[in-house]
Design a protein around this ligand. Sequence first.
Ligand SMILES: Cc1cc2nc3c(=O)[nH]c(=O)nc-3n(C[C@H](O)[C@H](O)[C@H](O)COP(=O)(O)OP(=O)(O)OC[C@H]3O[C@@H](n4cnc5c(N)ncnc54)[C@H](O)[C@@H]3O)c2cc1C
Length: 398
Amino acid sequence: MSVIEYDVIVIGAGVAGLTAGTLLAGQGLNVALVTAGEPTACLSTGCVDVCSQNENPLQGIANLPDLHPFHLVSSETILQALTDFQQVMTDMNIPYTGTLEKNRQVISAIGTFKTTCLTPLTMESSPQSIDEKIQIVTFTGLKDFYPSYIISRLQNASFSTYDARVSTTMGIAAKFEDDAFLEAFISWLENLNISADKIAVPAVLGLESATAIMKRIASRLKRPVFEIPTIPPSMPGRRLFNALKDHFRSKGGVIYWGWPVVGVEKAGRLIEAVTAESRGRPNSLNARAFVLATGSFVGGGLHAERDTIVEPVFGLPVHVPSQREGWFDQDYFSANHGIGQAGIMVDTSFRAVGCPWDNIFVCGAILAHTEALKNGCGHGFAMTTGHAAARSCLEYLQ
Ligand SMILES: Cc1cc2nc3c(=O)[nH]c(=O)nc-3n(C[C@H](O)[C@H](O)[C@H](O)COP(=O)(O)OP(=O)(O)OC[C@H]3O[C@@H](n4cnc5c(N)ncnc54)[C@H](O)[C@@H]3O)c2cc1C
């Protein structure tokens, strides 16, 4: 078995793990990130939900239930984490817009409005009311976008269809990186003689160059152009993930991709190493500290068994609603399924409550009582707790 030594090992490549890893690597530490696979960010709209319970995200956080882990983070840290994020995304040519003072709306692939805090610049012109005059463009065969639903909700919208000769979200996005394809698309748009005030397209404007592509179309058509996030797979979510991943690497961080952690080595009050599997071969990764950012059930950080819920990496104590009957509400679409509260309870240093080891820090959607979708505490919460857990880890190592 090969043995590799680091200062810190981060487990999980979601927004929480990448934020924590980047902060630690930026302090000159030798950081490795080990991940089983892609994070939930790749399924997301790419918009950063901080707290969607109130028009003002910070006010929304203040009103969250007492046990919500957002209360462990100061407003200064929240502001810092979001400001750092916006700077990183600007540096990576995927600028974001929005402020912590006010949530905004983006229209979805089925015409509903989603409340969020920061959005990619390509969604800045998303309508804020149902009566804006919008020309929607869709693509032949694209199944992840529903313009007829959208126009049934927006009073002054209509749509046209362009044949990109491919029909998948990723396939069309790849085509937009080609200059000849983009030019042909713009010419086609010009010939439509659009009278609407804005042009909407599904979020397929390139794999990486969406901002530049959007600006070029807008300047030629002389009106705002915006992307509408498709249902997964989502290009804006993937762009977000790729940018954070590249930024982490630019700080010297190392990523072990497709290496699920399957075992740990302990000595007294410390974890000494994790064992990660690559193509069936075990690899021991030693470190002085560990950041657990494996997400909730979707990410793989929590696993439900018949009567209990486990955290499979370290076997940390998991907060579980006491009776199994309390895990689910009778209404399938309810936002109040008790299982949503399951997760790891942490103290102010982001160490798990009841954990016998001193060198594990926990962040992101794996934290108990997060209820990311119900509270609208998605990537904003993940990056904020990633930031706070990394600070705590840094203090411990110093
Ligand atoms: C369908 C969907 C859509 C969403 N849309 C939005 C949105 O539009 N905006 C928003 O702000 N939020 C959204 N969210 C919520 C948001 O994605 C999450 O709350 C947040 O990003 C969680 O980040 P995380 O880093 O904690 O975990 P995750 O993103 O879940 O990442 C966990 C990582 O851990 C890895 N992992 C798990 N187990 C192991 C193991 N044993 N060994 C190694 N690696 C492991 C996984 O492979 C993954 O890389 C959405 C969530 C879902 C499910």
